[in-house]
Design a protein around this ligand. Structure first.
Ligand code: NDP
Length: 241
């Protein structure tokens, strides 16, 4: 049996359900040890159990991406358990409240904007910066930020959601900043769009399965060393910014 350090280690945030769970399962199926990031301990442990039942080498890591302390503790857990990190998938995300015109730009609730940015953007920065020291210890580190084509200023798809869509536009921009900063390192950073996927997020009312949504993240998590950097991709290829 391989020791944990011989296998690649991936952390997926928001891995207890939906696309994040499918990413964890998919990475596990190709031989990764998966750190299952979830903010709730019960949901985290249930997901780890389901992954073990599917023969995935997984362990739970409590991580609330909105909390400095939680993210620091998660990095310490991964350091203790694995000593390094090969892949980080920043998948955790929220849509934000939409009642009473909360995401109509003309009646926009700025508290909703703050809440959505805290998870979808600041959470990614918080987790990435806490994990970078561990990622730098890997031979071919990869970071995948789960974005959305709703954040594409070119496409402007989906309903008007003036907190959620701009949060993904900013996430794309932050992804490009990281890629520039890390251009002369082996850390490859990209953004992914999963398509329109049936999860809690969409009320399970969407055409794609979580496994289909996970595929692009898994591809970007396993790019070769000469793979693309600082891009935005879905199953079809490049998504326009
Ligand atoms: P789900 O709502 O099914 O899952 C979201 C996950 O994020 C859950 O595990 C949730 O945990 C977790 N999460 C939310 N807030 C936090 C937090 N503060 N700390 C840690 N984890 C948190 O959504 P999807 O699987 O559909 O979405 C995953 C990603 O894909 C999101 O970033 C979303 O924006 C993106 N996306 C989804 C699309 C779709 O069609 N579904 C389309 C485009 C992009 P908990 O269970 O505790 O709430």
């Amino acid at each position: 049996m391989k020791r944990v350090n011989d296998k690649k280690i991936a952390l997926v945030t928001g891995a207890n359900k939906g696309i994040g769970f499918a990413i964890a399962q998919g990475l596990g199926a190709i031989g990764f040890t998966v750190a299952v990031g979830a903010r709730d301990v019960v949901r985290r442990d249930e997901a780890v159990e389901r992954l073990h039942a599917a023969d995935v080498d997984a362990f739970g890591v409590t991580v609330d991406v909105t909390s400095d302390d939680s993210v620091a503790a998660a990095a310490a857990t991964i350091e203790r358990t694995a000593g390094r990190l090969d892949v980080l998938v920043n998948n955790a995300g929220i849509a934000g409240r939409t009642d009473r015109g909360a995401q109509d730009p003309t009646t926009l609730d700025l508290d909703v904007v703050r809440t959505v940015l805290e998870t979808n953007v600041f959470g990614v920065v918080r987790v990435t910066n806490a994990m970078l020291p561990l990622l730098r210890r890997a031979d071919s580190p990869r970071i995948v930020n789960m974005s959305s084509n709703m954040g594409s200023l070119t496409l402007q798809t989906g309903p008007i959601l003036a907190a959620y869509a701009p949060s993904k536009s900013m996430l794309n921009s932050v992804t490009a900043q990281y890629a520039r900063r890390l251009a002369d390192t082996n850390v490859i950073v990209n953004a992914a769009c999963p398509g329109y996927v049936a999860t809690d997020f969409t009320g399970f009312n969407a055409p794609r399965t979580p496994e289909q949504g996970a595929a692009i993240a898994i591809r970007l998590a396993t790019l070769p060393d000469d793979g693309p950097r600082g891009g935005f991709f879905d199953d079809e290829g490049v998504v326009p910014w």
